[in-house]
Design a protein around this ligand. Structure first.
Ligand code: OOG
Ligand code: MG
Length: 262
């Protein structure tokens, strides 16, 4: 357990790194004793700083929920974080000049029509409480060099949250077998990755259940109307100026964007 002041200082450092587009040395290099719990305390401070700056929470996310992602990042435990309103992109352009070293990953997101309060939330509870399922492309942009981090580092860094594209095809959860929803991710016409919903903890609703149960440990819950990203089905893929990204989901339409300087 570290001091409140240290949590605040480390959160400020990560917020500045995002704004200045400059990577920082991972926190555990300087503070090897940092725990997962410390990571979430730093993340909470980071969220408070963003809210004080006038930003609002746009979505809640789970990360590292698929083998593809756990293997790629070499971190083997799901994590949660937040996506803010300024991160939501609606015009199909990813402004690379605002980012450090962005990567894209394909996900399935949920919109709730009822509150979900753990503990004991199951996949079935999640599906019953879901209004719509929607496709999402998450842009992650770690504030650490080469996306190299351990669990407390990436949690403190708000799980690398950077930008998000939400698709326009919204479906009722009963209309789809979410575990069987396939997704392809192409960059400049080349197929880079593919997967199915089952890659996310067997079923994407499982990730949302895990989130509700994680939040319950801190006396928090998910609310009606919340948008929740369930984690990358595919691995994440590096983006460069000029890239054209197209992702397609079975039964959930597609999302396309270009990477540009704005
Ligand atoms: C951490 C964020 C992981 C996901 O969907 O697995 C994540 C990272 O890979 O930098 O958002
Ligand atoms: Mg993600």
């Amino acid at each position: 357990m570290q001091s409140e002041l240290l949590y605040k200082r480390l959160a400020q450092k990560l917020v500045d790194a995002e704004l200045n587009r400059e990577v920082v040395v991972k926190l555990t290099a300087e503070y090897p004793e940092l725990t997962v719990e410390d990571g979430y305390r730093i993340q909470d401070e980071l969220v408070s700083l963003k809210l004080e700056q006038g930003h609002r929470i746009f979505a809640t996310k789970m990360g590292l929920t698929s083998q593809a992602k756990m293997k790629q990042m070499n971190v083997h435990e799901p994590i949660r974080g937040y996506i803010f309103d300024y991160m939501n992109i609606e015009d199909g352009i990813l402004p690379i000049n605002e980012l450090i070293h962005p990567k894209v990953e394909a996900e399935i997101a949920f919109v709730l029509r009822e509150d979900l309060e753990g503990p004991g939330i199951t996949e079935g509870h999640v599906l019953a409480a879901t209004d719509y399922v929607v496709p999402a492309l998450e842009i992650i942009d770690s504030r650490y060099a080469q996306f190299q981090f351990s669990l407390p580092d990436v949690i403190a860094d708000n799980t690398s949250s950077s930008r998000v594209f939400i698709g326009s095809t919204w479906r009722k959860p009963d209309d789809l077998d979410l575990d069987l929803v396939g997704v392809t991710l192409s960059i400049n016409g080349e197929l880079k990755d593919l997967g199915a919903g089952a890659a996310v903890l067997g079923h994407p609703a499982h990730a949302v259940a895990m989130l509700a149960n994680m939040l319950a440990r801190e006396g928090r819950k998910l609310y009606k109307g919340d948008l929740i990203l369930s984690g990358g089905i595919t691995g994440s893929h590096q983006l460069r100026e000029g890239d054209v990204v197209v992702a397609k989901w079975g039964g959930l339409g597609s999302i396309e964007f270009v990477v540009k300087t704005r």
